[in-house]
Structures are given as C-alpha cells and as structure tokens.
Write a protein that binds this ligand. Sequence first.
Ligand SMILES: Nc1ncnc2c1ncn2[C@@H]1O[C@H](COP(=O)(O)OP(=O)(O)O)[C@@H](O)[C@H]1O
Ligand SMILES: O=C(O)C1=C[C@@H](OP(=O)(O)O)[C@@H](O)[C@H](O)C1
Length: 347
Amino acid sequence: MASLNLIQRPKGVTPASRNAQVHAAHLRPVISRHAPFTAASWTKSHAASSHNRLWARRAELSRSVQACGAEVDDGRTPGHPYPWEEDYDLLSDKVKEVTDELSKDLRGCNIWLVGMMGSGKSTVGKMLANTLKYAFFDTDSVIELAHDKKPVSQIFAEEGQDYFRNCESQIIKELSPYRNLVIATGGGAVLRPENWGYMHIGIVCWLNGDIDLLARRVARDGIEKRPLLAADAPEGADVQVVAREKLGSLLEQRRRYYENADVVVTLEGYGKDMENGAPTPAVMYRLLTAVNEKVQAKKREQAERMNFRIEGAEQLRNMRTLESPAAAASAAAAAQGEGEGAQPPSP
Ligand SMILES: Nc1ncnc2c1ncn2[C@@H]1O[C@H](COP(=O)(O)OP(=O)(O)O)[C@@H](O)[C@H]1O
Ligand SMILES: O=C(O)C1=C[C@@H](OP(=O)(O)O)[C@@H](O)[C@H](O)C1
C-alpha cells in the first residue's frame, strides 16, 4: 500500500468492509497527492483577460462620447439587481474587498459546495479556491483518480450506485478534518445524513439553479457523463428534454436536503446572461458575500455572548473585600474592641 501522508489510521484498526479496503488502497493516497493545490488568484489573472480589456475599451468609448455631450449607453441591463456584475473591473474590486474581510474571519473553515448536476460546483469551486487561496477538491475527480481515472459513469455501471456513494462518503469524511479547502461534492452527496455531519463542520453552500438552466448545461456537456441522467434515456430522444425531466424529479426528492445548507446562492442571470445563468465570477461573488454575511453574523453573536453582566457583581466584590486578609484583620480588631466594652451600636 502506498504511504499515507495525510490521515494515519489509528493503531490496531484494520479495514473491515470492502469499501474501507478500497479507500485505504486507493482514495487516501489520491487525497494526499492532490493537496495542497495552489494557483494564481482570480483577480490577478482576470485583470489581463480579454473580457476585462473589452470593458476598459467600452468605458473609454463612452467617456469620449460623453465629452461630445451625447447620451451614453453604458451597455448595462436596466433593473439588474447586481449592476456591478456587468462591469468586470468593479466586480473584481468587490471580490477583493469581500475576500479581504472574509479571509480574516474565516480562519481556514472549509467551504462545501452542494447542488444539482450542472449547477457549476466544480467550475465555481476552482475559482473560489484560487481567490481564497484554498486547496480545491472535487469528490467525483478523487473517486475517478482512485480508480485509475475510470469515469464516474463506468464506476456506476461496474460497481453500482451504492459503491459509488460509499466512496463519496469516505472522501467527505477524510477531507472534513482539514482546513483551507473548497470541496465540490457530487449532486447526490446530500442524500446521506452522515455526510452532513462532516460537511457542517465547515460552511455548506447550495448553488441553486433553475432546472431549465441546468438541463441546458448538462445537455451541452453530454448526459452520458452523468449516469443518473443517461440511464434508460429513450433512443433518439431530445437530450435536453430527457435531462430536464430527470433533473426535475431528482430535485423534487433532494430539495429538502439542499435546504439544509448554510448559504443559498442563486445562479440566475440577467440581461445578456439570461440563457447561461450568472457568469462564474458573479456566482463566486454572490457566494463570497453570502458566506461573509454568515461569518460576520456569527462573529457579532459571539461578541454579544461575551458582553454579559453578572447580576450581583457588586455584592461579590464586597464579599471579596471582607475576605481579604486586611479586611479580616480589621473585622477581627473591631470584634475584639466590641468585646472590651465598646459602646453598643446605636439603634
Ligand atoms: N457560471 C457559469 N456560466 C456558464 N456556464 C457554466 C457556469 N458554471 C458552470 N458552467 C458550465 O456548466 C457545466 C456544468 O458545470 P460543472 O462545474 O461541471 O457543474 P457541477 O460540478 O455542479 O456538475 C460545465 O460545462 C460548465 O462549463
Ligand atoms: O446527482 C448525482 O447523484 C450525481 C452527480 C454527479 O456529480 P455532479 O453533480 O458534479 O455532476 C456524480 O456524482 C454522479 O453522476 C451522481
């Protein structure tokens, strides 16, 4: 068995179940090989992106149009609830601002991404990890790597869904004691209560998207990659229609589990993003903001808990004074004085 760098099995414990053996032999070394993962921060890489240059050019053009006294169409969608999402410079500044505040208080707490297939857990997760300077794990990829890069669909076909879910739970359990991780889970990870026990040690974020949006995305990727969508799909059927139907019924069963998340992030896109949902940096910004609100609320709550007054604190202080050696000596002297014919206290 390969050397295990991350988690050592306690002495005397031998893997009993088949899954434990699979884990010991495959999953653990894979986890250790892949941590930590580092990459340049998104804000930096984004500054050089073509999209950003396009926005800079647009701003330059509108300034020259304004200089001529003409009306400016800044290209933004009227009524967009998050207008800064349409300006990548502004969005980048806002990401930096919220990341700076959050990083101070997050203290390495793990972020778990949950949500239906196609909600962007892997895509957003990578960007989020770069931004927070966290390591990134995708439970599906860890399972595939642990099985010599066998795709999830093949593992489902050869070993069955239960086996896959056991591997998934094992990885979640293994990763949970670590810090500074963003973990993209598979869409079905929410089904097992024991997974929640581990995920809730960190902050669980649900990427909540409209079924039509998810169906468009998974159909574009090809549903054969996702065994629960590909199973029993009628020959020649419209892939998007099949995906929509299956995702719809899965969401109906899973919604109540997703609702256990600490934070919910909507994928809704506006204006030009209506079809594809909010762009990844925008989803990440929404997520960072929601997590930050949660963390800051927790911090305030803790500060409030520390700000208490002990009823009767004054009496406690007086008791201490009486019990101090000096107070005891003077009390004894006074008592002795009384005994030596001191005046009785006035009534
Ligand atoms: N914000 C986004 N805008 C447009 N396409 C996206 C976005 N997020 C993800 N996608 C695309 O949707 C598909 C599913 O994303 P993925 O990250 O694999 O989802 P999940 O891990 O939740 O199944 C991929 O093709 C990905 O490129
Ligand atoms: O929803 C599910 O049950 C599944 C989602 C998939 O992951 P993604 O959500 O990353 O597609 C993968 O774990 C497997 O095909 C099962």
